[in-house]
Design a protein around this ligand. Sequence first.
Ligand SMILES: *Cc1c(COP(=O)(O)O)cnc(C)c1O
Length: 857
Amino acid sequence: MRTVLPESIAPLSRLAKNLRWSWHRPTEQLFADLNPQAWETVHGDPVKLLGSLTREEIQQIADDPDMVRRIEELDADLDHYLGDALWYQQTQSPDGPRSIAYFSAEYGITSVLPQYSGGLGILAGDHLKSASDLGVPVVGVGLFYQHGYFKQSLSRDAWQQETYPVLDPDGMPLTLLREEDGTPARVTLPLPNGRSLSAQIWRADVGRVPLLLLDSDIADNDDHARNVTDRLYGGGGDHRLQQELLLGMGGVRALRVFSRLTGTPDPEVFHCNEGHAGFLGIERIAELMEPVDGTEPMTWEEALTAVRSATVFTTHTPVPAGIDRFERSQIEHFFNAGLAPSVPTANILALGTEDYDGGDRAKFNMAVMGLRLAQRANGVAKLHGKVSRDMFQGLWCGFDNDEVPIGSITNGVHVMTWIDPLVAELALDPQGSDLNRAARWRKVYDADDAQLWAVRRELRARLVRDVRARLRASWKKRGAADAELGWTDTVLDPDVLTIGFARRVPTYKRLTLMLRDPQRLKKILLDPERPVQLVVAGKSHPADEQGKRMIQDLVRFTDDPEVRHRIVFLPNYDIAMARTLFPGCDVWLNNPLRPLEACGTSGMKAALNGGLNLSVLDGWWDEMYDGQNGWAIPTADEGAHPDERDDIEASALYELIENHVAPRFYGEAADGSDPSTDGIPHQWLAMVKHTLATLGPRVSAKRMVEDYVRALYVPAAVSGRRAARDGYTGARTKSRWVGRVRQGWGQVAVEHVDAEGVEQEPQIGDEITVCAYVSLGSLTPEDVEAQVGYGRVSETDHIHERKYAGLTATEDLGGGRYKFCGAITIDRSGPFGYTVRVLPHHPLLADKAELGLVVNA
Ligand SMILES: *Cc1c(COP(=O)(O)O)cnc(C)c1O
């Protein structure tokens, strides 16, 4: 039964449905104040709260003029938020896309919509929230998983237990998308053996951004099909493949339905967040290849060209196990059933084939397909960009790492979701919404140390209270009686240096590195002068036995009565826990195997609350550590034996805590001189202020989304429009040109290179003219770009820090041969070298390496 609200408080249901309440504290506080007790019972879920109130309670609210006024004000505030011209409307030229589709397999927006497993999902949630705050016209697409991800608890002997609660979408902040006649809107995909897979579409509103979630749990489907969207990353093989077909292909169909029903413009840019949604490109190619009356259907090459031009692909992991790969036979099996009848299956297979050195040709790789279907691609931190360029270099043979067309945009976090209000009050200038501008964060420098220290203590004390409650609950689940659990009331101490470590538990994140030398860790925890306490959390993938063993090792250590008041493991790490955990920790620890952490965002959330990072120089920390905002754990050689590496890095970690982190926290000055006399660690707080003021604006997801808009969305929209103009003339012309270039490329050769003006003893500043004799076969000088690469020559005859200058065709030598010339200036001392190369050239190429074609002299 749905409660009907009296008119004076009717806006409550709208305020509950729009997820903006999850980062707009005044709205969240309103719901908490409606009935504080019920608010706790429903775990801070506004929709459930409204459903749980009795008629009398509702009437009481409606009769309370103060409440009615607050509701009216917040309703008006939401109107403003949804309708105002924001950054995007104010700054983006007409080139900006009218609509952008963002696809992700998971979304972590709030704990009341548990459709995420970890960082990838939370990043997607933060992306949508920041797009909303900036007014960027994004529409999100994902799946609705009936069980979400699993809930974690522990057995008596510390083994991870998984449960899968059933989620009722009707009791969640979701609205079913309906046709004009009221029937639920549907998308349907054909499956092998005459079966089919249909899905209904839930809509969540993330501020201004609609999020469409496809749900296969409907009566039209047979049991197998109903279960396709049962669990996030559940099952392997065909189950996972069907989830991804529904997400990508069904997702595009859902967008078309959404546009038809709501008048939202069709997306001009498609952003594929990690490989799971890659089939979205196939669906769009199929749309273009479908014969339509009156127009000439497009060929595969033409449709691929058009689709790529408007697609952005983001890769999120350098860990091979993190990339989805299917058997080729599975792909054939499903596509032969008529999923995309106009598209030859062989062409789809070719997109995902690992046809490069070290690849497995029997596999279909979703990241490889993602890269081939997107004209623009990026990694999620500077270092990760470089690692990705190495990892996928095989797709662009002949190019150096720094020329592989995968850029990077460093992840960010949604500030108003993750900053604690107490910190926000001290650190943020209340004027303006520009959380990614330094001016907004400078206020923290004016904060009084005693006041800041009191806030830090309050946040730590709040975490301690939360830990005690969670620990007791966990032990009761593990079978302990209340009488045995008195000790949990005194676990942790609100005045002790608190280090946090929480994340998923894949091997590379090394949950148990801290246990490398258990005696030394014990000594650190129990130090009588400068004690340390550790709060640890994390879920292991249900199929990952090794991860579960790590959790078990850690929990067994924490069970030891000697240390259990100083180290705890909290089961069921999720957004709700995270929002108390990040603010409560003084130090955030991260010790992955470098460079396997693509970005990592938890340390950013700690930084937003004045936590200092203690981390291996990986992911975001590699580019943002500055010597004043935390500590860098030195890493061993990547070539070292894994055991040796763990030893070296663990002992570096202990050393840092013992000699740097703990002394500073307990008031010692940077030079080791006198401890502070007023009980306030001023040097520590200087680091806290510096962290907030300098990292705050940089880790903001607003900065990230602005980067995406400028570097990827706008250029993709421009390319997409150029490809689509006049009945796809651009795409047709370019694809014809690509075909001609690929065909003729085998005959392109640099025959001979000459230099003029080279002195006996070249001096810095000398200009030399380089001329190359190039055979172009069937191609013309307009089809190519000839370049001279030059720089310092190493002992191995390699040119370092190479620069390129263009050469111009100066002479037609006949027979397809041309002379290209250009000048370069010697700009450094030492051995100097140069070489010539030829690349394809066309105005619709986004990057010179795009086609993976190059001929070197
Ligand atoms: C931020 C966050 C993550 C991701 O953390 P990483 O540092 O990227 O591993 C995972 N889970 C929750 C609940 C988070 O809040």
